[in-house]
Design a binder for this molecule. Structure first.
Ligand SMILES: [Ca+2]
Ligand SMILES: [Ca+2]
Ligand SMILES: [Ca+2]
Length: 384
């Protein structure tokens, strides 16, 4: 149910390829392989942002476990289930699964290589899962990363926790690597292959904040865990993992918030509704849900960083408009609803910004001078 705004914010990329490379100035990411089964090891990747050091990351991948599963599974391409793989401009690669392992979840994995300076950068790994089933589901997601700092599997040490791990190698003392997760529920750090073996061993594994400091120089690997309880049908779950090279990711200090204001205008169906399904957290999708609109009808999303006349709105022709200044057309489904996921990228100036939303709806039963009803308005404060 993507509309034009959503498509634009999700940032689609045109080129199709099997496996490939994306880059943003000095930050380069290459995906070498994709797991061919749910119990496969993580694939090889190449990531570097410092021209003097070839690579800092040897492999990275996502694993998942749904409520009731006895073990974790790798996102994988068995039976050709990887629907699309795109390596596009702007340092963005996207992989999509319409239905992961026929489990009733759609997955989008976006990798964004971002330069943060001549010898520094980040890989932003964003995994978004959508519940396609008719019932709530519990999700555990795992970001696994094998960092080989200084392009050597040996010699690495690490400190930090619980959501941030810093990796050093005495053979290149001026550089460092970082593995960070947004809103994680656990971590594990061990010499290869302890962590990856736990993710593919056929039994249930939860990461109990173990392995730091990682003091004996050796082959660093780590995983971060993300937990979601009762993800509702049609709702999205997002996990973000950042691999930094001479770059330390700073999470947004603002607290995400959402509030309703203004007054809806009802037609014969009663008031059309707008509500927040997922709060606006940087690195995830904030999600709006529109309801009680005419089945298969059309409307317009008003959005922007400005309110009109504050919470009072501007009244004209029997309508009250609360939001300036952008608009996008919407089409509602057969139940008169629409879910709108809005992508909130990590490395942007979105932190602590306020956004405002309202929906106008084509409805000949409107009491206004135009055949239009409208929702009340929503304000988001974007945080972390
Ligand atoms: Ca090393
Ligand atoms: Ca396991
Ligand atoms: Ca390693």
């Amino acid at each position: 149910m993507r509309n034009a705004l959503t498509a634009a914010l999700l940032m689609t990329t045109p080129a199709l390829a099997q496996l490939g490379t994306v880059s943003d100035a000095n930050a380069t990411f290459t995906l070498v392989d994709v797991p061919d089964s749910p119990t496969a090891y993580a694939p090889r990747i190449v990531f570097s942002a410092d021209p003097a050091i070839n690579t800092i990351a040897h492999s990275f991948w996502w694993y998942y476990r749904l409520g009731g599963d006895v073990s974790e599974s790798a996102l994988n391409d068995s039976n050709g289930q990887l629907t699309s793989m795109q390596f596009g401009g702007g340092g963005i690669a996207t992989l999509e699964w319409d239905d992961v392992d026929n489990r009733g979840i759609r997955a989008m994995y976006k990798i964004s290589a971002e330069s943060t300076g001549p010898t520094s950068g980040a890989l932003i790994h964003t995994l978004t899962l959508e519940n396609l089933t008719a019932a709530p589901i519990d999700i555990e997601a795992f970001a696994y990363c094998d960092i080989d700092h200084c392009d050597t599997a040996f010699g690495d040490t690490a400190t930090g926790g619980p959501d941030r791990v810093t990796v050093n190698d005495a053979s290149c003392p001026t550089g460092y690597a970082e593995f960070f997760g947004v809103r994680t529920s656990g971590y594990a750090v061990f010499d290869y292959p302890v962590v990856i073996d736990a993710l593919v061993d056929g039994s249930q594994t939860d990461l109990m904040n173990v392995g730091l400091p990682f003091s004996t120089p050796s082959d660093f690997t780590a995983a971060l865990q993300y937990s979601e309880t009762a993800l509702q049908p049609g709702a999205l779950f997002t996990a973000v993992a950042v691999v930094g090279h001479n770059y330390s990711y700073a999470p947004c200090p603002a607290v995400p918030d959402t509030r309703s204001y203004g007054i809806a205008l009802a037609g014969a169906l009663g008031e059309p509704t707008i509500k927040t399904l997922a709060v606006p957290v940087v690195g995830t999708h904030g999600v709006l849900e529109i309801g009680n609109a005419p089945p298969n009808g059309t409307g317009t999303l008003l959005y922007g960083m400005q309110q009109l006349a504050g919470d009072l709105g501007v009244q004209a022709f029997g309508l009250t408009i609360y939001v300036a200044t952008n608009s996008e057309p919407l089409t509602f489904d057969s139940t008169g609803s629409l879910v709108i996921p809005l992508n909130l990228p990590v490395v942007t100036g979105l932190c602590a910004s306020d956004f405002y939303f309202q929906v106008l709806i084509q409805d000949p039963t409107s009491p206004a001078q135009f055949p239009i009803t409208h929702t009340h308005a929503i304000e988001w404060t974007i945080g972390s």
